[in-house]
Design a protein around this ligand. Structure first.
Ligand code: AMP
Length: 341
C-alpha cells in the first residue's frame, strides 16, 4: 500500500491530514528543531528526522521512503531550499511533474510557459536602464516575495537594490527580474488537473497578505515620505476570496490552456495541483505574473473544502485530500506512473 510523504513546512499539515482522511499512511520528513511541533498531530504516522531537508536524497532517507512505497508531495519549501538539479535527482516518486518545477524556478522558462499558455503576462523590462514606468523587481525561485521592491526609474532601482544588498536581504550578484507593475485585485487561482480522469478542477482562490507593502497602504501619503524602509512583499498570511461568477469561464479557460501548454513543453505536463497568480485590473482583465507548478500554501485556508470544491465534491475536500485521493485511485488501478515522476 502506498504512503504519502512530505517535508515538514508550508502545507505539510494539510497534505498529511488529507492523506490520513483517505486512509493512507503518512510520513513527515522533519527538521529536528520542528519535531515537537509536528508531534502534536496524531495523523502523522511516522517522522524521518533530518538536520536539513537536503538529506532527502541521503541513502537512509530514500531507503525509508522506499520501504513505505512513499509518494513525495512537493511544495514551496522543496523549491525554496533545493535547486532544480537536486530536486530532479530525488529517487522517491514525486507527485505531479518534477521536471516542471525547474520551469517554476527559472524566470525565463516561467515566462515562456505562461506565454505559451496564452496568459496575459505583464511586460518584462530587460535592463534597469529601460525602466520607464513603475516596475516590480523580483528574485529568482520561490522567494515568497521577500526582497521584492518597486522602482520607477533606474536611479530609484539602484538605490533600493543597494539598500537591500547592504541589509543582506539580496546578494550582490543576484540577477533581479523586472516586470511592469499592475495594480488591481490580486487573485491566486488554485487548480487540480487529473491525468487519470483527464479533468481540470478549479479548487479555490485566495489572496495574500504581504508585509509590508500592505502596511504602507495604512499610512497617509504625506506621512509616507518619512518611511525610510523599502517595503517588501513577504507573504505572511492568506485569506479566502470568491470571484464574480461571470469571471469563472475565463478562469477555467486559463487553467485548461496552462495544462495544454505544459503537455507540449514539459511532458508529462501539469499533473496535480497548480496555481495561476495575478491581478484583475479595472476592466476585470487578468494579468498573470506567476504560476506555481505544485500545491500552494494558499490552499491551507480550505482544509475543510472551499466554496468551489463544494461544488464538485459532496464531502469536505482539501487540496491535500484531493492529492491523496488521486494517489489512491491511481494505486488501485495500477496507474501510479501516470501521476508521478
Ligand atoms: P510573486 O513571487 O511573483 O508571486 O510575487 C510576490 C508578490 O509581488 C505578489 O503576491 C504581488 O503582490 C506582487 N507582484 C508580483 N508581480 C506583480 C506585478 N506584475 N504587478 C503587481 N504586483 C505584483
Amino acid at each position: 500500500m502506498v504512503s504519502v510523504a512530505t517535508l515538514g513546512s508550508h502545507c505539510a499539515l494539510q497534505v498529511l491530514k488529507g492523506a490520513k482522511d483517505e486512509g493512507l499512511k503518512t510520513i513527515l520528513i522533519s527538521e529536528k528543531k520542528r519535531e515537537k511541533l509536528y508531534k502534536r498531530f496524531k495523523f502523522i504516522d511516522e517522522m524521518i528526522l533530518v538536520d536539513t531537508f537536503s538529506e532527502i536524497t541521503s541513502k537512509d532517507c530514500e531507503a525509508k521512503l522506499k520501504e513505505n512505497d512513499a509518494v513525495l508531495i512537493p511544495h514551496g519549501t522543496l523549491i525554496a531550499q533545493m535547486n532544480s538539479k537536486h530536486i530532479e535527482s530525488i529517487k522517491t516518486p514525486i507527485f505531479g511533474n518534477k521536471w516542471i518545477l525547474r520551469w517554476e524556478s527559472d524566470r525565463k522558462l516561467k515566462e515562456q510557459l505562461m506565454v505559451a499558455a496564452k496568459l496575459d503576462v505583464p511586460k518584462t523590462i530587460s535592463e534597469p536602464k529601460d525602466i520607464d514606468r513603475l516596475v516590480i523587481a523580483k528574485r529568482q525561485g520561490a522567494a515568497g516575495g521577500k526582497g521584492y521592491f518597486l522602482a520607477s526609474s533606474e536611479a530609484d532601482y539602484n538605490k533600493k537594490r543597494d539598500n537591500l544588498i547592504s541589509q543582506g536581504v539580496i546578494k550582490s550578484d543576484e540577477t533581479l527580474y523586472l516586470q511592469t507593475y499592475h495594480s488591481g485585485v490580486l487573485a491566486y487561482l488554485q487548480f487540480f488537473y487529473s491525468p487519470i480522469k483527464n479533468e481540470l478542477e478549479f479548487f479555490g482562490v485566495d489572496k495574500r497578505h504581504e508585509s509590508d507593502i500592505e502596511g504602507l497602504a495604512r499610512i497617509p501619503a504625506q506621512e509616507q515620505i518619512g518611511v525610510e524602509k523599502v517595503p517588501s512583499f513577504n507573504v505572511i498570511a492568506n485569506s479566502p476570496l470568491v470571484l464574480r461568477e461571470s469571471l469563472l469561464d475565463k478562469v477555467y479557460k486559463m487553467g485548461e490552456n496552462f495544462v495544454e501548454a505544459s503537455k507540449n513543453l514539459v511532458p508529462p505536463g501539469m499533473n496535480g495541483p497548480f496555481c495561476i497568480e495575478g491581478v484583475y485590473d479595472e476592466e476585470a482583465s487578468f494579468f498573470t505574473f506567476e504560476f506555481s507548478a505544485r500545491i500552494v500554501a494558499g490552499t491551507n485556508i480550505y482544509m475543510n473544502g472551499s466554496p468551489y470544491s463544494t461544488l464538485i465534491y459532496d464531502e469536505p475536500m482539501s487540496m491535500g485530500r484531493r492529492i491523496a485521493r488521486e494517489i489512491k485511485e491511481a494505486d488501485n488501478s495500477n496507474q501510479l506512473e501516470k501521476i508521478t515522476t
